[in-house]
Write a protein that binds this ligand. Structure first.
Ligand code: UDP
Ligand code: MG
Length: 312
């Protein structure tokens, strides 16, 4: 009989003082019934409310609690990276701080892991408390992503997932700065399995992701997992050039055959503006990739830790 397996729950929290006590109470009840040595690693992602104080009091009540405080708000993707980097258990399970991912499901994740799966990811069957616009934009994103990328991101899959040691080690090798975690989680491969669950409404407060942040997250996902937009720019350019060439031939022929007094200011304007627009869009696409390249070559650390309470 091998020694007991260890499991660390990783939770990124940004301004979650209102949700955390209830969340931890539920988590604790679940972990007590689990046949494994568990710890809970909270990452305070530069919260501006009392989150850090709440976390410290949780840690003083419960020896299983480990804490990491980032030097500022780095965003959920980097907060999770920081957490996962500091896990030395046999597996890590990522869960939201707001109770939207029910901790009561953790035993099911663990059961699938023990069946031999390396990644168990939660798939939402229902999105309670989310507007139709959010559902629609989310669905559209997953569709576009699956067309553009060779890394098919399973739809309606958040960060609620369990990863085994080999997967954590693999993730640690991916040090890219522009991190789209859902994509990275999938990219590493290994034996993955989906676990359907119903996503609950938040315990307290509102979502930290407004549409502008979601749009940027989507751009991040597309640019870090696909170069199709660059190729698209090439094809749109080629097609436009081809069209322009054909039209140009027609104009020359028409002038030679029938003569042509100067006319066509409207068509001239249309063409100039149209081509200008296309060029700017193509330039913008190139710029998106170039900007990311720039951020990457600077080789800055992914995140900075200001305080920590870790074992040893
Ligand atoms: N979060 C974070 N840093 C941020 C934004 C969010 O660590 O900059 C955490 C947040 O505390 C929560 C999780 O990420 O635990 C999911 O955030 P949220 O509930 O706002 O997103 P949604 O569920 O609406 O997708
Ligand atoms: Mg949430």
């Amino acid at each position: 009989m091998p020694s007991r397996q260890t499991l660390t729950i990783v939770i990124a929290a940004f301004n979650e003082e209102a949700s955390l006590p209830e969340m931890h109470r539920r988590l604790r009840a679940v972990l007590d019934g689990l046949d494994a040595d568990t710890s809970v690693l909270y990452v305070d992602d530069g919260s501006r409310d009392g989150t850090w104080q709440v976390l410290q009091s949780l840690a003083s009540d419960d020896p299983r609690v480990q804490l990491l405080r980032l030097a500022r708000n780095f965003g959920k993707e980097l907060a999770l990276t920081a957490g996962l980097d500091h896990v030395d258990a046999d597996a890590a399970l990522v869960i939201d701080a707001d109770g939207q991912d029910p901790p009561e499901l953790i035993p099911q994740f663990v059961a699938r892991w023990r069946e031999g799966f390396d990644v168990v990811y939660g798939t939402r069957t229902q999105r309670d408390g989310e507007s139709w616009l959010k559902r629609f934009t989310a669905a559209a994103f997953y569709r576009v992503m699956s067309r553009l990328s060779h890394t098919p991101i399973p739809p309606d899959t958040g960060d609620f997932r369990l990863m085994s040691r080999p997967v954590l080690d693999a993730l640690r090798q991916l040090r890219e700065r522009q991190r789209f975690m859902k994509g990275l989680f999938t990219w590493v491969g290994f034996r993955q399995v989906s676990l359907p669950y119903q996503r609950a409404p938040r315990l307290a407060g509102g979502s930290k992701f407004n549409y502008w942040r979601l749009w940027n997250l989507a751009l991040e996902g597309i640019t870090s997992f696909s170069t199709v937009p660059l190729r698209l720019a090439t094809y749109v350019g080629l097609l436009t050039a081809l069209g322009a060439f054909g039209w140009g031939l027609w104009i020359v022929a028409r002038t030679v055959l029938w003569g042509d007094p100067v006319e066509g200011w409207p068509s001239l304007m249309t063409v100039v503006l149209f081509l200008g627009g296309i060029q700017l869009v193509a330039l913008g696409i190139v710029g998106e990739y170039l900007g990311r390249l720039y951020l990457e070559v600077k080789q800055r650390p992914l995140y900075l830790v200001s305080e920590a309470k870790l074992p040893r």
